[in-house]
Design a protein around this ligand. Structure first.
Ligand code: RUQ
Length: 640
C-alpha cells in the first residue's frame, strides 16, 4: 500500500465512513450466498496474500477459504520451502529469500478471456513473478526480475499471454551500483519488463526491458482488441524526488501513463537495437516429472532505450499521482485511478493513435514524446469519490471504481461518464474484483471489495485484526452488499473465474509411474537405508497404514539424515505427512505419487519416534516408527 496518504487513511477510518452497525437492507442476502452442504460454489476467487507472501483460494459466493497456495513464503503446513524438492524455488540473486509481499494475481488469457491454465502473482519486495499451475494449484515457476526494485506494476498479461508485463515502483541505478542517493535525477532509472511466456509449457524468460526516466512506475495493464499490442503503465513522482515523497512527489499537476507499443519493441529487439546489460537473476521451476525444483542462474538481459526506438513509447498526461490503470473490455478506454485527482480521467486509445499520427505533443522526456492531454482524453468521470484507485468492468457497459478515502465503490457508465450508483465499503477499499473484470469477457455478477482496514466489522482479536473482503451483488441496477469475509494477509488484487472451467483441469494425483525423482522408491521392495560418510539416506515409502522401513538403527549423533519418502498411493485426497521428534524445520506433506525429502541432524542420543501427520485412514494412528540414535563412536550397525 502506498504511504502517501497515511494521514488521510487514519482520519477516513475513524470518521469518514458510515458506522458498521448502521441498518442495511440485507433482505435475500443470506440465500444469495448460501451454498448448501455438498454443493459447489459458482466461482473460484484467487486473493493475493499480501505480506503473507502466498495466494489464497476462495469460493464465491460463499466466501469459504479452500486453500493457501505456497508461493513466496515457506509454509510449514506443506513443507514448501523446507523440503529439498522445493527449496530451489526460493533462490534469488540475494540468496534464499523465503518471504515476500504478494500483490496482484492475474489469470492467463486466451483471446483476452481467462483460460484457467495458470495464474501469475508478483513479489513486490525481492522482485519476482510466480506462475501457479491451475491443474495442481501448486507453484510451477518463479522468475526474478533484474534492474527492478519494488516489483509492483506486475504481473499483468497480454491478450494471449504472450507476455507478462512488470514495472519498477522504485527507480534505482541500472545496473545497480553504489552512488549517492541525492544523485537520483542523474543516476536512477525505471524499467518496464516484458516476460515472454511459452504458449505450451508456460515457462517464463525476460525477453527485454525498456529503460525509462526515474519515476515510480506503479501499476499496469495490457491492451486488448484494438489496443492489443500495447501495454499501459502508471507512474507518479515525475518530479523525481528522493525524499519526503508525500510533499515533493505531488507537486506536478499531472504525472503520466506510459503507453508502450510492444509489437514495435519486438521489432527493435529483432533488429538488434537492444543493449545487453550484465546482471544476475534466477529462474526457478518445478519439474513435474522429476518431482523436484531446479534453479537456473541468468547473467544478462536485453534493454531497449526509447532514444534508439522512435514510436515505441509515449506518455499520456494523467492528473496527480495515478495509481491503477485499467483497460475496458472493448480495449478502447484506458482508465486511470488519479488517487489525489478530483475526476477519473479516461483516455481513448483511438484518439491516442490519431494524436500520435498528428504529432500532438507537449514536449518530451528522455526521448519519450508527451501527448497533449486534450488530444487523448475521452472523458472525465466527475464526483467519483475521494481517492479513486482501481476500476473493473461488468461487460454490460459499466465500470466500478474503488474510492479509497471515501470508502466506497462508484459505478459509472462508459461513454457518458456519469455516476449511476455508489455503495459504501468497510473500510478503505484498495482493489476490487469482478470475475473476468479486467478481461474481454467479464462474468459481471459480483464485485468483491478488498478492504484495507477492518476496525469494528468482526469479533476483536487484540490489536491485530483480520483483513477483510466484501461480496456485492451487481446483477441489478443497484449494488447490494451480501457478505463480509476475512482474508489471509492484506488483500490487494484478486481474480475470479467460473468454477467449471477449473474443475475440468483438476489433477487428482501424481502418477507414480511418471515420477522420475532420483530418490524415488517405486515399491516397498526397494526401501533401504544407506550410509555415505556422515550422511544417511533413508529411502522410505508411505502407504495406508505404514511407513517402510519403520525401525532404523545405526544413526549417530551429528549424522545428516535425509528421509526420501515416496507416497505410493494412487488415489485422490490421500496425502501422507511425516515428522520425527526434534525435527526443527518442518514436517513433510507428500501427495500421492510424489517423493519428498527432509533433512534432519539429530543432536542427542536416544529413541526418536516418527509418525504420519496427515490423517489418512482408520489406522492412521498406527502409522509410525522409531529411529535409534547412538553416540558418535558407538558401533551399532546400520539396520532397518
Ligand atoms: S496496490 S491497493 Cu498493489 Cu492498489 Cu494494493
Amino acid at each position: 500500500m502506498f504511504f502517501l496518504m497515511g494521514v488521510i487513511i487514519v482520519s477516513a477510518a475513524f470518521s469518514g465512513c458510515a458506522p458498521s452497525n448502521e441498518e442495511g437492507d440485507f433482505s435475500g442476502a443470506a440465500s444469495k450466498v448460501y451454498v448448501a452442504p455438498g454443493k459447489y460454489d459458482e466461482f473460484y476467487a484467487f486473493m493475493s496474500g499480501g505480506f503473507n507472501g502466498q495466494l489464497t483460494v476462495y469460493g464465491l459466493p460463499s466466501g469459504r477459504l479452500f486453500k493457501i497456495i505456497s508461493v513466496f513464503s515457506q509454509n510449514p503446513e506443506t513443507g514448501y520451502g523446507y523440503s529439498e524438492e522445493t527449496k530451489p524455488m526460493l533462490m534469488t540473486s540475494y540468496g534464499f529469500v523465503p518471504w515476500d509481499d504478494a500483490h496482484h494475481p492475474e489469470l492467463s488469457q486466451t483471446d483476452g478471456v481467462p483460460d484457467g491454465r495458470w495464474i501469475f502473482i508478483n513479489a513486490n519486495n525481492t522482485t519476482r513473478v510466480a506462475r501457479i499451475d491451475l491443474s495442481t494449484f501448486e507453484t510451477a515457476e518463479i522468475i526474478e526480475i533484474p534492474n527492478s526494485a519494488g516489483n509492483h506494476g506486475s504481473p499483468f498479461v497480454t491478450e494471449n499471454t504472450e507476455y507478462v508485463i512488470a514495472s519498477t515502483r522504485f527507480s534505482v541505478p541500472v545496473p545497480n551500483r553504489d552512488v549517492p542517493i541525492d544523485s537520483y535525477k542523474e543516476n536512477f532509472k525505471g524499467t518496464l519488463s516484458f516476460i515472454k511466456v511459452d504458449p505450451e509449457k508456460g515457462n517464463m524468460e525476460i525477453a527485454f526491458q525498456i529503460l525509462v526516466p526515474g519515476f515510480d512506475y506503479d501499476l499496469a495493464h495490457a491492451g486488448k482488441g484494438p489496443s492489443h499490442g500495447w501495454a499501459f503503465f502508471t507512474s507518479y513522482n515525475s518530479e523525481q524526488a528522493n525524499t519526503l515523497l508525500e510533499i515533493n512527489a505531488s507537486q506536478n499537476d499531472k504525472d503520466f501513463i506510459a503507453a508502450v507499443n510492444w509489437k514495435l519493441a519486438e521489432k527493435y529487439l529483432a533488429e538488434g537495437k537492444a543493449k545487453k546489460i550484465n546482471t544476475e537473476y534466477y529462474r526457478n521451476y518445478f519439474d513435474e516429472d522429476k518431482q523436484k525444483a531446479f534453479s537456473e542462474k541468468r547473467s544478462s538481459v536485453y534493454v531497449l532505450n526509447p532514444k534508439d526506438c522512435p514510436g515505441m513509447i509515449y506518455y499520456l498526461p494523467t492528473p496527480k499521482s495515478p495509481h491503477g490503470v485499467d483497460v475496458d473490455p472493448t480495449g478502447e478506454y484506458i482508465v486511470a485511478g488519479g488517487k489525489l485527482a478530483t475526476v477519473i480521467p479516461v483516455h481513448s486509445f483511438s484518439k491516442m493513435l490519431k494524436a500520435i499520427e498528428n504529432k500532438e505533443f507537449d514536449g518530451e522526456i528522455d526521448g519519450i514524446p508527451i501527448l497533449k492531454y486534450d488530444a487523448v482524453i475521452a472523458g472525465e468521470v466527475e464526483n467519483p469519490g475521494l481517492g479513486p484507485l482501481h476500476t473493473e468492468f461488468d461487460g454490460k457497459g459499466y465500470a466500478y471504481t474503488s474510492a479509497f478515502i471515501s470508502s466506497e465503490i462508484v459505478k459509472w457508465k462508459l461513454g457518458t461518464w456519469e455516476v449511476v450508483d455508489r455503495i459504501p465499503t468497510y473500510y478503505s477499499i484498495g482493489h476490487l474484483m469482478i470475475p473476468g473484470g479486467d478481461s474481454k469477457k467479464p462474468w459481471g455478477k459480483y464485485v468483491v471489495a478488498l478492504n484495507k482496514i477492518t476496525k469494528d466489522r468482526y469479533l476483536p482479536t487484540g490489536p491485530e485484526l483480520c483483513q477483510s473482503a466484501q461480496l456485492i451483488d451487481i446483477s441489478g441496477d443497484k449494488m447490494q452488499l451480501l457478505l463480509d469475509f476475512p482474508t489471509i494477509g492484506e488483500p490487494h488484487y484478486a481474480q475470479g473465474i467460473p468454477a467449471e472451467i477449473l474443475m475440468k483441469r483438476n489433477k487428482k494425483f501424481y502418477e507414480l509411474e511418471k515420477n522420475s525423482h532420483p530418490d524415488k522408491t517405486a515399491s516397498e521392495k526397494e526401501t533401504r537405508v544407506e550410509r555415505k560418510g556422515n550422511e544417511i539416506h533413508v529411502y522410505m515409502t508411505a502407504t495406508r497404514t505404514h511407513f517402510k522401513p519403520d525401525n532404523i538403527e545405526g544413526v549417530k549423533v551429528g549424522d545428516r539424515v535425509y528421509f526420501h519418502i515416496t507416497n505410493l498411493e494412487q488415489d485422490w485426497d490421500i496425502p501422507h505427512g511425516f515428522a520425527v521428534k526434534g525435527l526443527n524445520n518442518s514436517e513433510l506433506l507428500i501427495m500421492p505419487g510424489q517423493t519428498k525429502t527432509i533433512e534432519w541432524v539429530p543432536q542427542k542420543e536416544g529413541i526418536y519416534p516418527f509418525y504420519c501427520t496427515d490423517f489418512c485412514s482408520a489406522l492412521h494412528q498406527e502409522m509410525q516408527g522409531y529411529v535409534r540414535v547412538s553416540s558418535k563412536n558407538s558401533n551399532v550397525e546400520l539396520s532397518f
